[in-house]
Design a protein around this ligand. Sequence first.
Ligand code: URA
Length: 481
Amino acid sequence: MSRSVILPHEVDWGGWRSAARALALEGVPPEDVVWSVRAPDDLFADASEEPAAAPPAGTFNVPRALVDLAQTVIQAREPARFALLYQLLWRAHAGERHLLEQVTDPDVQRANRLAQAVRRDTHKMRAFVRFREVAEPEGTRYVAWFEPDNYIVEANAAFFVRRFATMVWSILTPYRSAHWNGEELSFTAGAARADIPDDDRLEAYWRAYFSSIFNPARLKIGAMTSEMPRKYWRNLPEAAAIPELIRGAAARVSTMVEAPTISPAKPARIPDAAPPTLDHLPDTKLRRAAIEAASCRACPLWEPATQTVFGEGPADARLMFVGEQPGDQEDLAGRPFVGPAGKMFDTALAEAGIDRAAAYVTNSVKHFKFEPRGKRRIHAKPDAGDIAACKFWLDLEQQEVQPAVTVLLGATAARAVLGRVVTISRERSRPIALTGNRQALVTVHPSYLLRLPDEASRQREYAAFVADLRQAMTLLDSSAS
Ligand code: URA
């Protein structure tokens, strides 16, 4: 007798698992089971469902790898996936414990193909979701429209909660929508693209940003459309800039002196993140930029990092400090200079009589670049491509804050702000003119002080660092007068 299982929605993992488990324990072979999903508006579907019976007794163990594979495959947009997974489960239960190792087995091959499509789709969703700002009576909601190929919204919602914990957001898709109110995740039915209003202040940022990091010398339209397939373009504000950029690429190449390189992606590891907080950013324009930067994908550093670490401080600060990039602790906390180098920085600031809260503190590169080594994440120096990809945000911060004096902490900061390679020992401690009657002062990075091998050099270099900070204050005083 054939059996019918009607699941309440497309990715009902729990429902599929308990039905499959009960059927296998009962000895119902795969060819006798018909799997389907209840249509969203099928109010009478329950009538055709079999009454739930008490699950049959018995033990049931399936290999962990099969569970993992099934959790991915169930997200595939393939009506036969439930039957395929039950077939695999049935075979594993019948004693084929190493079934998944038979990579030429047709069932295994089909499942692997579906899982691969889901993983590809997941990667695209994480990279191409763009929020639009929508004013609601209770405050701002960020709304994104995305058209996944598979049923991946539920499985990816936690990723977006981690990344955008402080925002109130909705991700609408044709089959299901996810909502985060700052505390709770919920799901509702699918939506239409027209549900998202068109006007959006954030889009200009993306367009300008994409244009600024677009490298015409490296234009490979094939590679570009495979990484950012055309079907996603209409939902990406920056995509509006692409045709124009492609048309102008040849002309720009001929005038280009140096093409920055973008470093290859590091192996991904997303550590459990402390939720990022933007409460320390009162100014709305900088705050909005920080929110935008949180979903920046201009270089591959975003993927293994926990979050973007934007600058912090008053928008009218007269003193700005620029570091290199967030370290391990900054990456987890979402704030610059809070780890060991930050402690050293704070001590020296206090000794120089500088109130950190009155200054704007930021980094040249806003994502933690690291090499995974076992459980540790070892700092990796940002290269010219990383600096170039992030320069848009640093320029924006400088433009918004307009500090009279910018202290450049180390060679990366000096390169990012001055646009050339800087030897610290040669240029340290002397004012350098910037545009708009502003000045920069190059000094060492506080982490340099932590690496010195002996007490005598530590004391000497620390005193020189404090002297540079005092000099920054002197410059500030003279600029005011
Ligand atoms: N080093 C930096 O350059 N910036 C930080 O935020 C932390 C360490």
